[in-house]
Design a protein around this ligand. Structure first.
Ligand SMILES: Cc1cc2nc3c(=O)[nH]c(=O)nc-3n(C[C@H](O)[C@H](O)[C@H](O)COP(=O)(O)O)c2cc1C
Length: 660
């Protein structure tokens, strides 16, 4: 691999084991092992990251202790799937990539409703999110857990793993021991820094005794958990110093956030800066007694990664979400093809998949996560080239277009507006939208490279399309919001009343502040609605979101919702829950009544300058029937098939491109 980025592609060594470059795939839970055993899907996922050029990959947390037997993790402690673990290790290690198993217990941490009655931890104190109170472990139980983990790690080594990573950050159980906020013990495992860190120090010792010096032991530590009385950078420096003094760990990385109002720091999203952990990483690099530091956190671009190494701010780079989006990121970076990387949007759709939807990991910008042909995917050529018309140049249509064209079909795309990207183009213009363009930028380059024609600014009729004599039409014509019942038909697009998309197109055309209140009626509850609310806040004196539910952003994964709630609060965007507007003649003078859906109580806003709504959508699929009647195969994709989030747009477009 010829290296464009010299620092990034300089080999390294950990515990005597070679790393061909400095890139590690950070631990990501995949939710692909429901039965507690190694699955082909898990192996394929990591083998792909290895094939794509990562020098090391870290699994999701494995079942290393007996009490974890009910979790959907590979149950290593049972020692009943050595074949699976060996196949796993072989698939990764044979591709010159070191495989590390992660050691983690969530302790009292929980992301979903309800409490965890099985939780164990440092002290019987509630977690900030679920208010789970763990059972405080006894000293004997702690020593037993350490022994169990060491035994399981030795089994991993026997099966061919190169090492383990102890997850002692992110607010999980070891972090709960480290933090004075969650550890109020006064025995050997609590009281001062020496004793709060003892559980991790003893675990490292036990791993060394069980697995020897030629086994990588990495530590993921809290760098800044954002909690008053918890672990900020100053405390993290003490923890890191104590835990590296013996120099018996091979690397340290630092993460942000905890199981609290700072959970969002755990997977920093696109509303914050790039590389948000670097300020504390730079501070903490001096606290490691010479142990190599692995930089982590929204490092999405090879130039950023290389710069960190070249400036000697770290020795290694960990990429989590960026390698979900494109496992060939290292290969492309190393061979002068950075322009061809499908970049991570930092949208946390992947987190939403596993935590909110309880389905295997998925990615907006990578419709093939974990498939056998995922790495540097080239659509297989078709033996029967067809004439394909794609109607709609949004991300569903463009995904279908590039895949179909790369397969050798004759593809023409018609876009009604003058821009590629459709609704994603609009989302890009709103706060936190900057990374969205990477979806359609990639698609555009790939489609043009494959010979697709893209015609913009043309609304095509059924007759026009039929006249082109296509074999297949991929319909990506989007959707329309359903106006709310309470809004009379006569005023639905009345200048100061509009659906949110039309309203934002108009708002973006103007600069400056407008007096009065923008009222946003919300029965959408997805991320883009709140980005639009922030956009409105830049223009209007006051913004009020009205929803009949008891909260906003209910359909957004928690890590993203936290940020939304924070920004709504910080920007003084008001939220009126359990309410709907009531239309009256007075609305013409800017007076709007908001009525509580349960008790009918009324509150009044008397200076409404804009009334807009984000509501469920219906497909714009009027072309389906006439085209099918003309004998043409029609494949609706994206919103034109079923209005959903961007994940469905790219996934359905991709599948359509493959199926033609
Ligand atoms: C979907 C998802 C799953 C994750 N699962 C784990 C995990 O199991 N263990 C862990 O230590 N970190 C986990 N993380 C955190 C990542 O390892 C990493 O610390 C974080 O995503 C920041 O790095 P990135 O910006 O490169 O993604 C997860 C993150 C995401 C988005």
């Amino acid at each position: 691999m010829s290296a464009d980025f010299t620092a990034l592609f300089t080999p390294f060594e950990l515990a005597g084991k070679p790393l061909r470059n400095r890139i590690t795939h950070a631990s990501m839970s995949l939710l692909v092992t429901p039965g507690g055993r190694v699955t082909d899907r898990m192996i394929q996922y990591h083998a792909n990251r290895a094939a794509g050029g990562a020098a090391m990959t870290i699994t999701e947390p494995l079942g290393m202790m007996r009490h974890q037997s009910g979790l959907p993790r590979v149950q290593v402690w049972r020692r009943d799937d050595a074949d699976g673990l060996k196949r796993f290790a072989d698939a990764v290690e044979s591709r010159d990539c070191r495989l590390l198993g992660q050691i983690q217990d969530a302790g009292r941490g929980r992301h979903f409703p309800g409490r965890n009655p099985e939780a164990i931890g440092a002290s019987a104190l509630p977690d900030d999110l679920s208010w789970t109170v763990p059972r405080a472990l006894t000293e004997a139980e702690i020593r037993d857990l350490i022994a169990q983990i060491a035994e399981a790690a030795a089994h991993l080594k026997d099966c061919g793993f190169s090492g383990v990573e102890i997850s002692a950050g992110h607010g999980h159980m070891f972090h709960q021991f480290l933090s004075p906020w969650s550890n109020r013990r006064d025995d050997a495992y609590g009281g001062d820094w020496e004793r709060r860190t003892r559980i991790v120090a003893e675990l490292v010792e036990a791993l060394r005794s069980a697995c020897g010096a030629d086994f990588i032991v990495g530590l993921k530590l809290p760098g800044d958990d954002g909690i008053r009385g918890g672990i900020g950078p100053a405390e993290a420096a003490i923890v890191a110093d104590v835990l590296t003094r013996r120099r018996n760990v091979d690397y340290v990385s630092f993460a942000g956030g905890a199981h609290a109002r700072t959970l969002e720091m755990h997977t920093p999203d696109r509303f914050g800066p790039a590389m948000p952990y670097m300020p504390f990483i730079r501070q903490l690099r001096h606290a490691l007694n010479g142990v190599p530091l692995m930089a982590l956190g929204r490092i999405t671009d090879p130039a950023e990664a290389d710069g960190i190494l070249a400036r000697k701010e770290a020795s290694l780079i960990a990429l989590g979400r960026p390698l979900v989006a494109d496992p060939a990121w290292p290969r492309k970076a190393g061979t002068g093809r950075s322009w061809d990387i499908r970049y991570c949007l930092s949208c946390n759709t992947c987190w939403g998949a596993i935590v909110t939807m309880h389905v295997p990991i998925a990615c907006v910008n990578n419709p093939r996560v974990g498939r056998s042909d995922e790495v540097d995917y080239e659509p297989p050529r078709t033996a029967m080239p067809k004439r394909v018309v794609v109607v709609g140049a949004g991300i569903a249509g463009m995904e279908a277009a590039w895949v179909a064209a790369a397969r050798g079909h004759d593809v023409t795309v018609f876009g009604a507006s003058g821009n590629i990207g459709g609704k994603a183009w609009l989302r890009e213009k709103l706060p936190g939208g900057e990374t969205v363009s990477s979806i359609y930028d990639y698609q555009t380059v790939a489609a043009r490279r494959a010979g697709a024609r893209i015609v913009l600014g043309q609304v095509v009729s059924a007759e026009h399309i039929i006249g082109l004599r296509p074999d297949t039409v991929i319909l990506a014509t989007g959707s329309t919001m359903i106006p709310p019942d309470w809004l009379p038909e006569t005023v639905r697009q009345d200048g100061w009343v509009a659906d949110l998309r039309s309203a934002m197109v108009e708002v973006l055309r103007h600069d400056g502040r407008q007096p009065g209140t923008a009222v946003l009626f919300d029965t959408d509850h997805t991320e883009g609605t709140y980005a639009a609310a922030e956009g409105l806040r830049m223009r209007f004196q006051r913004v009020v979101i009205v929803t009949p539910r008891d909260t906003i952003a209910a359909d957004v994964p928690l890590v993203t919702r936290q940020g939304i709630l924070r920004r709504m609060a910080e920007q003084r965007i008001e939220v009126v829950t359990l309410s709907e507007p009531r239309w009256s003649d007075a609305c013409a003078d800017g007076r709007l009544e908001l009525v509580n859906v349960y008790n009918g109580d009324v509150r009044v806003i008397d200076d409404v300058a804009l009334l807009t709504y984000a509501t469920p959508r219906v497909p714009d699929d009027a072309l389906v029937a006439p085209l099918r009647d003309a004998g043409i195969t029609v494949i609706p994709v994206g919103d034109a098939r079923a209005p959903q989030e961007m994940l469905f747009a790219t996934a359905s477009g991709h599948a359509a491109g493959e199926s033609v």
